[in-house]
Design a protein around this ligand. Sequence first.
Ligand code: ZN
Length: 664
Amino acid sequence: MEIGEKIYGFEVKEKKYVREVEGNIIQMEHLSTGAQVIVIDNQDVKKSFLVGFRTIPKDSTGVFHILEHSVLNGSRRYPDKSMFVNLMKHSMAEFVNAITYPDHTVYPFCTENDKDFMNLMDVYLNAVFCPNVLTDKEIFEQEGWHFQCEDGKNPEISGVVYNEMKGVFSSLDSILEDEISKAMFPETAYRFVSGGFPDTIPALSYEEFLEYYRTFYNASNCCIVLYGRMNTEQILEYIDKVYLGKMKRSEPAKPVMLQKPVKGIRNKLYDKEKFGNQGVFASCTYSLGDFDNRERMNAVYILMQAIMGEDEAPMKKGLIQSLGIPEIQYFIMDGIRQPYFAIKIKNTDKETAGRLKMAITEQADRLCREGIGEEVLVSAINRLEFWMREKGGSWPEGIEYVLDIAGGWTQGTGPCEMIEFEETYVKMRTLVKEGYFEALLKKIFLENAHEAEVFLEPFENAEEKGQEEETEDLPGLSADDLLHKKEEPLTRVEEESGITYLKQELPSKGVVYQSYYFDISELEPEKVPYAKLFSELLGILPTRMHSLEELVIEKNMWLGNVRTYLEAYTNTDDIRHVRLKFVMDISCLEQNLLRAVKLGEELLYNTILEHPEVILKRIRQSRMELERGFVISGNSYASGRAAAHYMTEGAARERYSGILYYQS
Ligand SMILES: [Zn+2]
């Protein structure tokens, strides 16, 4: 596929090789409808798909959230509601979901199986383009809202989204966030609750709901993202033939308009009876400019990690001390047209809450004058670069990419800008020395024309009480032929000075993962709990080379993650002998490998095992964690205890993680 080429009703608009995804990013437009298709053409076997729409709310009825739920309740080709759920349940999909954001709605999935991919894609496209809710009002009532009458009681409002949002708004954190949106964006669509505000949801009629569907869920307002190793042409042909090719062109929705700078302030009272007395909440928020300036946003992430990322970070530490509070939280609200930075404190008193803004200003002013410190900034850059390369945690990489790209498309930002970061990071490293980050800090905290202060305060009033949380159910699907072989990575075995190395070469975007195994099978059983304790102490005690504060900086600078623990193994043909290993996992950026290994070595061999107060604290914490474990998952401790009687492996585990460990 080359630029200008027309293929199955699509025209290739842009094509670029992007190193960060090790493949081409191809942007296409569907000629008759204007639908956008973005392809990340690489060799990842975990294929991902997303279909999304710009969905800009005009009120807080939660219409797009109800739409998101409703379209997954049966479609023309897959009419049976329970069949849809059944299909999904037996799929090989690693990830299926639907998410309503403040200004767009997406339906992503990820699977390794080609047939499964085609099946799921059809189910998703059928759901969004031909949902049964268009003719079946009951689905709207069930997912949105309806009256429920029980014998002898007044009718009550119920509905999946209605109940879910009642759950969301039973938390003061959600209320605070909602107030922040109103304060920061008093004139744009972001002042509304896209998920729906419980009291407003019942204002939505079925007819209006259908009108919203027609305006926003159409081909011209749609973006489809494909990621991974797949037969792209076959997929494009299918999408055009079965869906887009049969649709008409209409007007796509425009991105949310820009809010002109405001100094917002909101004071909200919350009912002490309903929420319990949680003290005063306060937040200060600062606009970060336009979403489209991704280079600046990258710099913001680095800056905030440097000054707020750790308890020892200069701004966080300064704020905690000057306000005399135990904790302070922050977040970056990205993914909207005008991202912002928020600092919040909870469970405090009115006087402290009132001092927050001033304290932030003082700290920002101090850091501008004294400088943030080169080491702190470089360590933050390294840390973030590691996160960018490792790309998230629990979700498949492809899902992170398709979500990022859909988020960018919503704001009118191109896919390459959303994904490329290597050049920016090279530049950031040079900017450290030029005072760039201090200047950015000044702009955000001291010279910002667009900011807000929000307070939540308790008041007495006894009215309604008690709210329930509702969890969201996710759909699932199965394919007929799920025969699928997982590719096992090739392992090279090497020996050097009595040490065995197992090496696997896998695409890992510049991140190196290492595990060191030390055999401790000869240890007397009574001493196993001590080995476990030792593994928990590494990294929280100083070493002969570094104090604890220095160690935190060193770890951020050179390591991605480090973890030490015990693991028991038995050979399948000799189950009577257990091999107990002390394990150290290290991950780091490739260029930091030597320093990372050295630091791991330092932790292992040079940790100062004195400081009885730290050790005692760790033991108490362990005990608490175990006790919590007994309550939450008592069954697994019981089965572990049972396993200890008939498996040597189980017996060993019992000594370092089970009830026996607790007793010792
Ligand atoms: Zn929901």
